[in-house]
Design a protein around this ligand. Structure first.
Ligand SMILES: NC(=O)c1ccc[n+]([C@@H]2O[C@H](COP(=O)([O-])OP(=O)(O)OC[C@H]3O[C@@H](n4cnc5c(N)ncnc54)[C@H](O)[C@@H]3O)[C@@H](O)[C@H]2O)c1
Length: 330
């Protein structure tokens, strides 16, 4: 089966490409290299430098390659940017996805896998719906918040344009399934980290901390560092995509560890791994930042046979090793 990976030169997309190659699949990548890099891809994987807003470019790609499945990772994924430039975000994330869905329909592809986001689609848990001032005054999600962890049944409540883009794509994908019987799997990723992550990415905090710590530069935590996130290792996320591709299932699945980690803990783990001795500075919390989010992934366990296998300490160790080598070869 020939598979098209959009955003294939990006952080997660390039790991998916490698997994597909390992499994013996034929892969082509599409990427406009906005944040992706050619060097992220194996030399012999064809890369179409195409923007997913460019219908003609995508049509030419489909005509030349006739992919049988699409793994759609290409997106603009910076929450702050999405608030500053909602139009470009909608053009890339929503219209770009619609171009692909139209071509998937035309070419009768057997599967559409979509990279969604748990963090931005679910928004806040009940007890973390507090003002920034309250949070700065020491507010914490109450133990036993009934809305956390988020399941696939939790009510989506995006707080930013990026989350609204992804939720809108999910609705279109479900409609294309209902109207044209296109099988799909939507994967709602938690905060993904690992080798080759761009510091500007959605979960750039691991890349930012480890880069600064290895260079012995100053580090900064936003707010009090009590914000909780679900950090999932990129190889686990790539494996979830392969399982989704190989399954007969259609549906939506959370992809995370099911465990919350606060930023202060993450900071300490990374400081330990990089032997960084300095204390962090603190910056004001960006307005609207979600206080706590983590994902219940039992549905993926039961139906896809997927669960995260790399624990946080091991994933961070591998990421720091990669960052050390990347810094030497840069
Ligand atoms: N990293 C995370 O923690 C995380 C969490 C949830 C969801 N996601 C989703 O996973 C996917 C991959 O994210 P990532 O972290 O690898 O980010 P990334 O920026 O490394 O990957 C996105 C890729 O899409 C490409 N791209 C951007 N705009 C494009 C366009 N108009 N046309 C063609 N290509 C374009 C970029 O060049 C890049 O290679 C995205 O859809 C993102 O929304 C990521």
């Amino acid at each position: 089966m020939k598979i098209l990976v959009t955003g294939g030169a990006g952080f997660i997309g390039s790991h998916i490409v490698r997994w597909l190659r390992k499994a013996g699949g034929e892969v082509v990548a599409a990427d406009n290299l906005r944040t992706g890099k050619r060097t992220n891809l194996p030399d012999d994987v064809p890369l179409y430098e195409v923007d997913i807003r460019d219908r003609t470019g995508l049509t030419d790609l489909f005509a030349a390659e006739r992919p049988q499945a699409v793994v759609h990772q290409a997106a603009l994924a910076n929450v702050r940017e999405s608030m500053e430039d909602p139009i470009t975000y909608a053009e890339v994330n929503v219209i770009g996805t619609l171009h692909l869905l139209e071509l998937v329909k035309e070419y009768n592809c057997s599967k559409f896998i979509f990279a969604s986001t748990g963090g931005a689609v679910y928004g806040e848990g009940q007890t973390s719906q507090r003002s920034t001032a309250e949070v700065d005054a020491g507010g914490r999600p109450a133990p036993g918040d009934p809305t956390l962890p988020f399941t696939e049944e939790s009510r989506p409540q995006p707080k930013d344009n990026y989350g609204a883009n992804k939720l809108s794509c999910e609705h279109y994908i479900e409609l294309y399934n209902q109207n044209y019987a296109i099988p799909y799997v939507i994967l709602r990723y938690a905060n993904v980290y690992g080798p080759s992550q761009d510091v500007k990415g959605e979960a750039g905090v691991v890349a930012i901390f480890s880069g600064a710590m290895l260079a012995d530069q100053a580090t900064f935590i936003t707010g009090d560092g009590g914000q909780q996130r679900d950090f999932v290792y990129v190889e686990d996320v790539a494996r979830a995509n392969i399982l989704a591709l190989n399954s007969d299932l259609t549906g939506t699945y959370n992809v995370g560890t099911g465990l919350p980690t606060d930023i202060n803990t993450l900071y300490r783990l990374l400081a330990d791994l990089t032997e960084y001795g300095r204390e962090p500075g603190h910056l004001p919390l960006p307005s609207g930042e979600v206080r706590a989010t983590w994902l219940d992934c039992s549905k993926a366990g039961k139906e896809l046979g997927w669960e995260a296998e790399v624990d946080l300490r091991e994933g961070l160790r591998r990421t720091v090793e990669w960052a050390r080598t990347a810094a030497v070869t840069a």
